[in-house]
Design a protein around this ligand. Sequence first.
Ligand code: TMP
Ligand code: MG
Length: 212
Amino acid sequence: EGTRKESRGALIVLEGLDRSGKSSQCSRLVSYLEGQGISAELWRFPDRTTNVGQMISAYLSNTSQLDDHTIHLLFSANRWEKRSLMETKLKTGTTLIVDRYSYSGVAFSASKGLDIEWCKAPEIGLLAPDLVAYLDISPQKAAERGGYGDERYEKLDFQKKVAESYKTLHDVSWKVVDACQPIEDVEKQLQEIALDCVTECQKGKPLSPLLW
Ligand code: TMP
Ligand code: MG
């Protein structure tokens, strides 16, 4: 039957610590959905291709220094600058698989000691995800995987704080997937929950704003 353009796409977000496997799972999920005849695209935040994204990238690689509030607002601005394209894609039937979203924004900044409500405020009014899948792994296990780069937040002590912040953001609607399972098992679980979500959206679940 090919791709269905008459119904809207789903906004599916993967969250988790650095090295939790989000990026590879996001690509696998996009391939899977496309194989099912579903129009799907891989998105990621930060989107480093924009001007704002380049400022974020410089900050993360420690080539620039920014006040904690300032970088928080840049991460948020980076989502706002993609919001209308996101809405258009969803409304024209493309499912978006998004590698990190507002929850990373709040969890990482709150881990530096910023007030959590202050962190949430600029996220209000972005599009609400239809599904948040959390790839659950302990900071210790993630660090053991190796492959932490030299970016600013890729340190065990900070990741421990981020894990705690994510816990305060979890709500019952999140799907928590054990990220320590074999990669194929994680993949299968994500396929199932994503497909359910896409189906719900095709049936007319409305697109809504993120309210917290
Ligand atoms: P990445 O490794 O997924 O490209 O993300 C870069 C880092 O930026 C990662 O450590 C998480 C962090 N981050 C924030 O601090 N705030 C945000 O809003 C986002 C999307 C990511
Ligand atoms: Mg990273």
